[in-house]
Design a protein. Structure first.
Length: 273
């Protein structure tokens, strides 16, 4: 596989609603290409063609893909036309299914964006969980540790952030904490019940490959200390010592897709409650 094949991909999720459905589908698909990283950019609540033109132009400039969940047929056709004119790759997630259902049932769709998540308590819980995951990502604010349903700990590139977002869409409030020898773990970690903490570990060789590819994607030499075997071994040993002190469950994420690891975490959380 060429280096270009490992580069990050930009995907615009265009919707005339919030765009939750499109983002979930993108994350599920991209997980099959780990360690490739997807930069997912939502363009929600699109209502007119000028807004579509702006997104298509941005996608063309950045070599991005557009996935769209547009319910209104005029917006779907408008985006398809604009993208074809600019040579932008698009994926229509709803259009063909809606058309097939209309043909099968003999009825026209209601053409009302957002019906799949009426503004009920369940939807607001998910939004709150997503906002929580963003706010307390990568130890930006350690106060979130004591408020979280789940706290993920591990070295860099063990999928802490993708897992936090995936679990947030399942309505879990997740904080994540990076472990590295130069950074003292926050005191809040040791005040938390151990069954709320999930340790993430990974094989040395596997992490070495992931970090080298990440450096390449950033245009940096893969010989940097961050990706050396000795540095990785040092970090993993340190992280293992902290996890032992915490007494938390530890999951090896080597060769696991985000969904698979998330499933193990949710199974564990369900058992503990």
């Amino acid at each position: 596989m060429t280096a270009a094949a490992h580069s990050d991909v930009i995907i615009y999720v265009v919707s005339d609603s919030a765009g939750d459905t499109g983002e979930l589908v993108v994350r599920a698909a991209v997980a099959q290409f780990h360690p490739i990283h997807a930069d997912i950019r939502r363009a929600p609540f699109i209502q007119d063609e000028p807004a579509l033109e702006r997104v298509v132009e941005q996608a063309k400039e950045q070599g991005a893909i557009i996935l769209y969940t547009l319910v209104l047929p005029q917006l779907r056709s408008g985006l398809a036309r604009l993208a074809a004119e600019k040579g932008v790759v698009t994926i229509d997630l709803l259009g063909s299914l809606v058309s097939s259902l209309e043909e099968k049932t003999g009825r026209k769709s209601r053409q009302e964006p957002g019906l799949n998540h009426a503004l009920d308590e369940d939807y607001f819980r998910k939004v709150e969980a997503v906002e929580f995951a963003v706010k307390y990502d990568d130890m930006r604010d350690t106060t979130g540790i004591l408020k979280a349903d789940i706290v993920l700990v591990g070295v860099s590139r063990t999928s802490k952030t993708p897992l936090s977002m995936y679990l947030a869409h399942k309505k879990f409030k997740v904080a994540n904490v990076p472990l590295m020898p130069e950074l003292k773990p926050p005191a809040e970690l040791f005040q938390l019940r151990k069954d709320k903490i999930i340790g993430l570990t990974i094989g040395v060789h596997y992490l070495n490959v992931i970090r080298k590819e990440r450096l390449k994607a950033l245009g940096l030499p893969d010989s940097a200390s961050y990706a050396t075997t000795s540095r990785i071994e040092q970090e993993l040993t340190y992280a293992g010592e902290i996890m032992d002190k915490l007494g938390c469950v530890v999951i090896d994420v080597s060769h696991k897709a985000v969904e698979e690891t998330a499933s193990l975490i949710m199974e564990y959380v369900t058992r503990r409650s």
